[in-house]
Design a protein around this ligand. Structure first.
Ligand code: HEM
Length: 440
């Protein structure tokens, strides 16, 4: 019974459940999540415990037990479902396109897409950041990851992906993933049949894109698909088409709603803290014209993005890991079969680490540096997010492209709550904003 209540609380109101549990039990607590065999699930928020969790060698952990639910979505070859050497191999292939100079070449596209989506905004118009931000970030990921220019295939893929994501974030659809017996293809009128049909259409479009790129053999292309097609692992092996397709769908689905969620929080927090907005505009105004690269290095803007993800981390937890043998964390032994969960949300809300943790205070990130286990919006260790640098880069450019042209105000001044949307935690209101002024 307790496990049923705890599971329902965790699903219905995850942040409240975590806050209440931490207030009652402290930095480490165990719950039972309803499911087969119901193994003990231990949440950690102390930086030392999180650091010890990240340091556990991969061969002592089973990630698949927690990530297998994503198999029908991402595909069996997805990085999310790999372990050990195969996981290492895929990370080595996937990381370079998201870092360093390669990433910087995407700055221009990011600004162009944002300007294009907002080109019809005029004073008096009301826009919903819940709708606009995924529209912008999906276009960015399609052009940056696939290198597809707007056209028929691009439009079709955009429409299918956004419908797929809308569907799978509804409670009914998401339960299909957690209960395999419900995964019955009874034709396109049945929920699972409909899902499979849509997924197949997406897969076909991705295969068509891969095939076109193979035929074109254009070595000057810098999109991530082209880079992945030419990448070789240490044994000289390239990715197969199926592997490429599974990675691409994973990058698409993990990479656009997440950044869109942070952007919604950014617009909400900046506009409910006029002093913060003033400081960002001051920082921008002190330069004549800024290149994308310079924008992304602005210290106050960076602190605002960091503080937004501290207060409202899009992912509340890191990938859960089940122990295959007993391990010790902070001097306590956990037997084989225990699920360990480094908890991002609680680590970010510890009053020992952050003074007045419920306050939105970007200055804290200018005053001191937090360690990788005190501040971890992108998780950490060998399973940490591979898109972290890219999404930081992207969110700053999208934000500045809009703030430097439009004066916006929140339509509804009431405080919003964090609510679950699929695997992300976003503002409850949809963040409706009115355009007050426009300086193109
Ligand atoms: C603000 C945006 C984002 C947030 C907050 C975020 C957060 C996370 C978190 C918390 C994890 C789990 C890390 C762990 O268990 O330690 C993760 C994993 C991952 N993320 Fe992100 N992410 C974001 C954007 C992206 C983007 C843009 C991409 C790629 C296009 C991406 C691709 C991935 C992948 C592939 C993994 C799995 C890594 C692995 O299993 O080795 N994410 N992300």
């Amino acid at each position: 019974m307790t496990s049923l209540i705890q599971t329902l609380q965790l699903i219905a109101n995850p942040t409240q459940f975590l806050d209440q549990s931490a207030a009652k039990y402290g930095d480490t607590f165990t719950m039972r999540v309803l499911g087969i065999n119901s193994p003990p699930v231990v949440f950690f928020s102390h930086p030392q415990a999180i650091s010890e969790c990240f340091a556990i060698p991969a061969q002592k952990l089973d990630f698949k037990k927690a990530t297998h639910v994503f198999k029908p979505l991402f595909g069996a070859n997805s990085i999310v479902l790999q372990e050990g050497t195969q996981h290492n191999r895929q990370r080595t292939l996937l990381m370079p396109p998201f870092h360093g100079d390669r990433m910087k070449s995407y700055g221009k596209i990011i600004c162009e897409i944002t300007n294009n989506v907002t080109k019809d905004w005029r004073p008096g118009k009301v826009v919903s950041m819940q709708h606009i931000m995924p529209e912008i970030t999906l276009q960015i990921i399609l052009q940056v990851v696939f290198g597809i220019s707007p056209g028929q295939r691009y439009q079709k893929l955009k429409q299918l992906l956004s419908t797929l994501l809308d569907d799978i974030t509804t409670p009914w659809y998401s339960s299909l993933f957690f209960f395999p017996p419900l995964q019955k293809d009874l034709g396109t009128w049945s929920p699972w049949g409909k899902y499979l049909k849509r997924k197949q259409e997406i897969d076909n479009l991705i295969y068509a894109e891969i095939s076109d790129k193979r035929l074109a053999k254009d070595e000057s292309l810098t999109d991530i698909l082209s880079l992945l097609m030419s990448a070789r692992d240490q044994d000289g092996q390239a990715m197969s088409d199926e592997e490429l397709k599974d990675q691409l769908i994973s990058l698409l689905l993990l990479g656009y709603e997440t950044t869109a969620g942070v952007l919604q929080w950014l617009f909400y927090l900046i506009h409910s803290h006029p002093n913060v907005k003033g400081k960002i505009l001051n920082e921008l105004g002190s330069f004549e014209k800024l290149e994308p690269d310079e924008i992304t290095k602005l210290p106050y803007l960076t602190a605002v993005c960091q503080e937004t993800m501290r207060l409202h981390p899009i992912a509340l937890i890191c990938t859960p890991r089940m122990t295959k043998e007993s391990v010790e964390i902070n001097g306590i032994k956990y037997i084989s079969g225990t699920v360990l969960v480094p908890c991002i949300y609680l680590a970010h809300h510890r009053s020992e680490t952050y003074q007045e943790p419920e306050n939105f205070n970007p200055e804290r990130f200018l005053a001191r540096k937090y360690s990788a286990t005190e501040y971890l919006p992108f998780g950490g260790g060998y399973r940490g997010c591979i898109g972290s640098a890219f999404s930081m880069y992207e969110m700053k450019l999208v934000l500045v492209a809009i703030l430097s042209q439009f004066e916006l105000e929140l339509v509804d001044k009431c405080p919003v709550k964090p609510v679950r949307r699929g695997i992300t935690i976003v503002p409850s209101s949809g963040v409706l904003m009115k355009i007050k002024n426009h300086q193109p």
